[in-house]
Structures are given as structure tokens and as C-alpha cells.
Design a protein around this ligand. Structure first.
Ligand code: PEP
Ligand code: MG
Length: 799
């Protein structure tokens, strides 16, 4: 009993979980247990998992569980990558030599039975059970009591967790309940460790080789030396210190803030020299934060209270970042990274006289760090940055937005990765899979090099297609437009042969601004975009915030944001914003003539009626004021099922239709597009989505409404083939994917796609549909993982 208390107290201490309430569980028949140990154990595991080698983490888990449950044996068996076997991954009680060796088929022995039946097994005398198999490597003593539970994460079997004891009766019910609970708590962490690979192999040959899973930030593959983007002294390393010379400290911090503000000024100083001009606009967020009176007042007040400048800075920045982190809204939470970056830059400036200058070597670099700011990126020539890895952040982070715009592969939120331990290591940033690979062994490195070379060669080859039409071998022409949001996207879009902008996400500039931009500011921005693409069409979508897209200066907290104040609902309720945006777009169009307006999240007829009235009024008002604006074409996005069902009634108010396949899939399938728990259910090839797309196309044809599709579906080769078969002749996608999709279209005949479409109509699942299309994709050079192989035959010969 005393021992149980000590273990739990130690665990609680480590977990620093002050708020956990202690109470006793029913006696397991072993010794009394404490409920909080469960959450303490999982907290510790999560902490260890951030830094440790998977094998050490697994060893720690079984060791702590054995102590906690006071049993003779605790073992963890994990599925091999091919899902054919279970291997002993860690044990406390069986022979350590068996780890990585003891291997069972998925239905072999008691452990295999648990895996095959996905059910718990609790036996009083395991060796007498028919299914029992003795594994010699384990040196298994006659442990009679046996309890095993399957480990499942997101419906997938990961392995089996087993405890054993010498007693000759089954474990009590409470122990069974406890093990089931802890297995479900640990499954997520174990699944991540399992996916890193290497856990079942001996340490020596592959020491240093690790894979880490994060989030896809920006597509592409990059290989280089890991360059830790971390200041020489980080804010975290600043300790409490006082100074009596308040004036000197205040002067130092004020000078540092002024110097960083100047450094950030667009187009000036070395910071902006490597970035395309318009990306410098992003620095305005930093400048706004730096110039906020709150920041300097709080720092100066702390200095008055006796702190020295670095310590005052650190405390102020930490407090502000914490406020952002507490926000419910993911976009605001992501702003904590901005305030930390700013604090770091001010600190660097403050300490600059002591800071040795370390120059990055002139070779391919993968920049890695907690968060990489725009300013960090700007310190390197772009050609040197081959990839970005951030241990924090999300796809909403500015880093990811920028990396996409600049065509740099990026992996975000790789929580387990500790770049400070691996300076100078060879590392691969795989933005296609959201994965980074550290110290790849020679054969793997060679394979990645081959893929990178192939990708580069492939992109170069594709340049030849830039001015060629995206036309099938039997003459069906598809217009490939680009999705964009940052002005900097204009260059990649045009370079890659975009025939216009199918979707300009106007909310992106709003998201990186510090307040609602004025009509004049918007005019400047829209004018540049329209001019860059003129005479090609530009579909400018009005502000589409809500859902996961939030403005830092306008809080929309809702319990169900995807069904709330989004898109046109928000802008009609805030008509002053809508009117100024429409006016800015109309004015920007005057000497370009290529504007088309696009309305997001339409779900009702009166929304389009109102929108059209606002545009007509704006045209009249501007004409009266002497602006020769014209009435542009007005399009509606189909993202909500009601818009699809009401298409004939909406038709009188719209000139064209653009399908937002991301939201249409989300709302048709009732699957949150951003929730990783249900991400396996989110697929735009779901039969219901395909039925909807066919109906929309047929209706639009009957109503003589031009229809196009934007959203991720237009970058998915399997989907593009089906859309082409259905008759979709305008697609809008990221600039990066345009050449590949063009190549694909030039490699197939539309006629050959018709039987495929017919067959998919009989399918009941997206898996069946993908399996049907895979062989054709293979024949035109697309591998399973959606990366095209070498230039496909026929691509050069299309008309
Ligand atoms: C969509 O929903 O498919 C779309 C293009 O809009 P967004 O991804 O910006 O919501
Ligand atoms: Mg949408």
C-alpha cells in the first residue's frame, strides 16, 4: 500500500497535475489502486514521448505500468508495418532479449487471439489454454494469470497490452477495466511511436535514424542540413535579474524596439531583401504588435519595479503570449507565435553587442525550430532554404502560408522533434506526407535524392507545357486556373501557366492585417492582383471568414463555427464591410476589366438577391462619383447542399457557379474538414459527393450556367479524371499542382474515362472508387501516393 502511494505521488509530482483529486478505486484483489495514476501515467508518457527514443518510451510505459498495477509482467506487443505480425516491443518481467525478437502471427497464441478478435482475454491459467503458445526467447516463467487488451487507435489495431501474474485466478474486474482504460489512453501516443518505425530493430545499425510525423504545411520534398533557427540566447533562457539604473534599461529597450521596428519596415534593411516584395506586407503584423502601447508600457513598468530590460521583456512577452494561447479561436491561438517571435527579435537586438555572429553555411538548409517567423526566413537567400520544419504551429500559421507561396516544402507541428539535439544533421522535410526524416540511412537517403531529382526534373520538363493547353488526347479542353490569396502567389501562378485566378481568397489579406483594411488599402491590393493576371479572369471571392478562418481583430466565438456566422452570412450582417470590399474590387477593375465576383457559403436565395442589389447599388454610386466601374459577372459558390438543391431558383441571380469541394464534402458527409479524428471519413470521392457533382453539372448545363470547381479535389488526379468524364471544363487549384494536372489531362482521352465513370456509379465507397481508377493512373505514370512519375507518354503529343 505504502509502495502504491509512493509511486502515485512520484507520478503526480512529475505530471505536475495539481488539480487532480485523489480517491481510491475498489480493491483490485491485488493491492489498492488510485484513480489519478491513470491520468498521471498518460501525462508522463506524453512528456517522455516528446523527447525520447521510441524504444525507451515504450520501456518506460511497461515499467511504470507494472509498478502501478503491481503485477509480475507487463508487456507491449505492436503490429509490424505490414500488419502481418505482432512483435514484443517492450517488456518488464519477460526476458529483455526477447524484445524485437518474439514474434507472433496475428492469430497466433493468446496475444494473436486478442489481436484477431479485438477483444479482451482474462485467464486464470494461461498455459493450459489451447491457444497458448510458448515463445522460447521470452523465458516465460509459469505465469498463470494473464490479462491482455487490444490497442486500437482510430479504428486501427496497433498492438496488444498484456499483464501477467503468478496467481491462479483471473484478474479482478476492476483490473480489467483499468487496463482497458489505460490502453485507450495510451493508444494515440503508441500509435505515433509505432509510426516512427525502427522500434523493432536493433539499435546499432540505424542509430540516429528517426521519422517524425507532423502536419502537411506546404507540399514538396527537401533535403539539407538542419539549421536551427533559434536565437543565440532564447527568451526562455532569460533568468530573473534586477537593475537599479532604470533610465539605462529603459533607454536600451526603447532603442531595441525602435531598431526592430525599423528593421521590419517594408522593403528596407536586410530583412526584406530575400523575400518577394509583397510578402513584406506580412511584417505589418509584427510592426503592429511592436508599436502597441501595451507592450512598451508593461515592459517599462516592470523596469520601474526593478527588473532589468531582458527580464522585463521576457515576462511581458510570456504574459501576452499566454493570453493568446488561452483564446478559443485557433487563429488567435496561433498569434502567440508572433508575439514570441517579436520578443525574440527585440531580445536579440538588446543583446546584439554580446552576440557572436554565426553565419549559415552556404549549402542546402532545412530550417528548423519551434516556430519560424517571416523575419527568420528573410535572413536566408531563398535558394538556400530547401525545407522548413516547425515543432509547433499549424496550417493556419503564417509560416505555412508563406512556405506555400514560396514553394518551400514545410512540415508543421512536429511535436516530438527536438531540433536543438540535431544541429547539422541530414534531414528531409517531406511536405507531401507531413513527415520529417532525420539521418536517413544511406539507401533511404539515396532514394529520397532520387525522388527529389525526379521531382525537379519533372517540374523542369513540365515547364515545356506551360503554354500548352490542358487538353485530353481526344481534344477536350480544360481551363486550369489557380487558387490564391497572397499577392506573392501571382508569380508562381503565372509561371506555371495558370489561365487566371479561379479563387482569390480575399480573407487571407484580412487575416494577416491588424484591423479591417480600409477601402483604399483593399483597392491597392486588388488592383495589383487584377493587373498581374489581366486580361485573364480573376474570381475574387468576398470575405469568407468564420469556421477555422478567424480575424485577429474580430472575435467570433461559436460552439459550432462551421454552421455559424460564415461567409456571406457574416458579410450581409456586416454590410459596411461588404460594401467597402465590393467598392474596392469594382474600382480596382476599372483599368483591368477582368474582375468576377464570387460569393461564399450561399445557402439561401435571398442571400444572392441581396448581394446582387449591393453590387448594383455600388456600381451606381461609384458611377455617380465619376468612377467608370462596370457591373461584373457574379458567381455563387456551391458549398452548402441547399444551394445545390435550389440551383434553378438561384439561377436568375447568378452568372456562373463555382463548386467549393472542400466545404461541399464537409456538409454533404457531415464530416468536419479539420478534425483529425474523422479525417479518414473525409473524401471527396465519396459516392454521395460524386452523385452531387454530376447533378450540379447537369443542372448547370440545363440552366446555361458556366460551372467550375475549386478546392482540393481539383488537385487530386483520380478526382480530376472523373470530373473530366462528367464534363467539368474549368478547375481551379494551387499553382504548384497545375503542371502535374495538365500533364495528366494531356495523357488521357476523355472517351476512355466514360466507362470508368459508369463503373464508379455502381460503387458503394470511395475505397472502391479509388481502386477502380488506380490502374489507369499507374498507366499514365501516377504512383499510388499521388506523385507523378516521369513524363508520361503521350503528354507531348496531345493537340
Ligand atoms: C471550398 O470550400 O472548397 C473552398 C474552395 O473554399 P475554402 O477552402 O476557402 O473554404
Ligand atoms: Mg469553402
Amino acid at each position: 500500500m505504502q509502495k502504491a502511494f509512493t509511486v502515485v505521488q512520484t507520478l503526480l509530482c512529475h505530471a505536475a497535475c495539481a488539480s487532480i483529486v485523489l480517491y481510491t478505486l475498489p480493491d483490485f484483489g491485488i493491492r489498492p489502486m488510485l484513480q489519478p495514476s491513470l491520468s498521471a501515467l498518460t501525462t508522463i508518457v506524453e512528456q517522455i514521448a516528446r523527447t525520447g527514443d521510441p524504444r525507451d518510451v515504450m520501456g518506460n510505459i511497461v515499467q511504470r505500468l507494472r509498478e502501478l498495477m503491481q503485477v509480475d509482467v507487463c508487456s507491449l506487443y505492436l503490429c509490424t508495418p505490414d500488419h502481418q505480425h505482432l512483435i514484443l516491443a517492450a517488456t518488464e518481467g519477460l526476458s529483455a532479449n526477447a524484445v524485437g525478437k518474439a514474434k507472433l502471427k496475428l492469430d497466433e497464441g493468446l496475444v494473436g487471439h486478442i489481436a484477431a478478435s479485438l477483444s479482451t482475454l482474462n485467464l486464470g491459467d494461461a498455459p493450459t489454454d489451447d491457444r497458448f503458445v510458448f515463445i522460447p526467447e521470452t523465458h516465460e516463467m509459469p505465469y498463470h494469470r494473464f490479462l491482455g487488451v487490444p490497442l486500437l487507435h482510430l479504428r486501427k489495431l496497433i498492438g496488444v497490452l498484456v499483464i501477467q501474474g503468478r496467481e491462479r485466478d483471473p484478474f479482478p474486474q476492476e483490473a480489467e477495466a483499468f487496463l482497458i482504460t489505460i490502453a485507450s489512453q495510451l493508444a494515440g501516443t503508441l500509435s505515433q511511436l509505432q509510426s516512427q518505425g525502427g522500434w523493432y530493430e536493433k539499435r546499432s545499425p540505424r542509430d540516429g535514424y528517426r521519422r517524425f510525423t507532423g502536419l502537411k504545411g506546404a507540399p514538396g520534398l527537401g533535403l539539407g542540413k538542419l539549421w536551427l533557427v533559434r536565437p543565440h540566447l532564447s527568451l526562455d533562457q532569460i533568468d530573473a535579474a534586477c537593475s537599479a539604473d532604470h533610465d539605462a534599461e529603459k533607454a536600451a529597450i526603447t532603442a531595441a524596439i525602435i531598431a526592430v521596428t525599423e528593421e521590419l519596415e517594408s522593403g528596407s534593411g536586410h530583412l526584406g531583401q530575400h523575400l518577394p516584395g509583397d510578402l513584406n506586407a506580412l511584417f505589418s503584423v509584427y510592426q503592429m504588435m511592436l508599436q502597441s502601447p501595451e507592450l512598451s508600457q508593461q515592459i517599462l513598468a516592470r523596469i520601474d519595479a526593478g527588473d532589468n530590460a531582458p527580464w522585463a521583456l521576457k515576462q511581458t512577452i510570456s504574459a501576452m503570449a499566454e493570453q493568446f494561447r488561452q483564446a478559443d479561436d485557433p487563429y488567435l491561438r496561433a498569434r502567440a507565435e508572433d508575439i514570441c517571435n517579436i520578443g525574440q527579435r527585440v531580445l536579440n537586438q538588446l543583446l546584439s553587442s554580446e552576440r557572436p555572429s554565426i553565419e549559415a553555411p552556404d549549402e542546402a538548409l532545412i530550417l528548423a525550430g519551434e516556430l519560424i517567423s517571416i523575419a527568420d526566413l528573410a535572413e536566408f537567400p531563398l535558394h538556400q532554404i530547401h525545407g522548413i520544419i516547425c515543432t509547433q504551429g499549424s496550417v493556419l500559421s503564417h509560416t505555412a502560408i508563406l512556405a506555400n507561396a514560396l514553394g518551400i516544402p514545410a512540415v508543421m507541428g512536429v511535436e516530438q522533434f527536438t531540433p536543438e539535439h540535431h544541429r547539422g544533421a541530414n534531414v528531409i522535410a517531406d511536405g507531401h506526407r507531413g513527415e520529417c526524416v532525420l539521418n536517413p540511412p544511406a539507401p533511404l537517403l539515396a532514394e529520397y535524392r532520387r525522388m527529389i531529382d525526379e521531382e525537379q526534373r519533372f517540374m523542369q520538363e513540365l515547364e515545356r507545357l506551360r503554354d500548352q493547353p490542358a487538353v485530353t488526347t481526344d481534344g477536350f479542353l480544360v481551363n486550369l486556373l489557380t487558387n490564391t490569396g497572397l499577392l506573392a502567389d501571382a508569380t508562381p501562378g503565372l509561371q506555371r501557366g495558370a489561365e487566371g485566378v479561379g479563387l482569390y481568397r480575399s480573407e487571407i489579406p484580412f487575416m494577416i492585417h491588424d484591423s479591417f483594411p480600409t477601402e483604399q488599402e483593399q483597392f491597392g491590393l486588388y488592383h495589383k492582383v487584377l493587373k498581374a493576371y489581366a486580361p485573364r479572369p480573376v474570381n475574387m471571392r468576398t470575405l469568407d471568414i468564420g469556421g477555422d478562418k478567424q480575424l485577429p481583430y474580430f472575435d467570433i466565438s461559436e460552439s459550432n463555427p462551421y454552421l455559424g456566422w460564415r461567409g456571406i452570412r457574416f458579410t450581409l450582417d456586416n454590410a459596411q464591410l461588404l460594401i467597402s470590399q465590393i467598392r474596392a474590387m469594382l474600382r480596382a477593375d476599372v483599368d483591368n476589366g477582368n474582375l468576377r465576383l464570387l460569393v461564399p457559403m450561399v445557402s439561401r436565395v435571398d442571400e444572392m438577391q441581396s448581394f446582387r442589389r449591393y453590387v448594383e447599388k455600388a456600381v451606381d454610386a461609384l458611377n455617380r462619383d465619376g468612377h467608370p466601374v462596370r457591373m461584373p459577372e457574379i458567381g455563387m459558390m456551391i458549398e452548402v447542399p441547399s444551394a445545390m438543391l435550389l440551383l434553378p431558383r438561384l439561377a436568375p441571380y447568378v452568372d456562373f457557379v463555382s463548386i467549393g469541394s472542400n466545404d461541399l464534402t464537409q456538409y454533404l458527409l457531415a464530416v468536419d474538414r479539420n478534425n483529425p479524428r474523422v479525417s479518414n471519413l473525409f473524401d471527396h470521392l465519396h459516392p454521395a459527393v460524386l452523385v452531387a457533382l454530376e447533378q450540379i453539372h447537369q443542372q448547370c448545363e440545363a440552366l446555361h450556367l458556366p460551372v467550375s470547381l475549386c478546392g482540393e479535389m481539383a488537385s487530386d488526379p483520380a478526382a480530376v479524371l472523373l470530373l473530366t468524364a462528367m464534363g467539368y471544363s474549368t478547375l481551379s487549384l494551387s499553382a504548384y499542382n497545375i503542371p502535374r494536372i495538365k500533364l495528366l489531362l494531356r495523357s488521357v482521352s476523355r472517351e476512355s474515362l466514360q466507362p470508368l465513370l459508369e463503373q464508379t456509379r455502381q460503387c458503394n465507397s470511395e475505397t472502391e472508387i479509388r481502386a477502380l481508377i488506380a490502374p489507369l493512373l499507374e498507366t499514365v505514370g501516377w504512383s499510388q501516393d499521388k506523385r507523378p512519375g516521369l513524363l508520361a507518354k503521350g503528354a507531348e503529343t496531345a493537340p
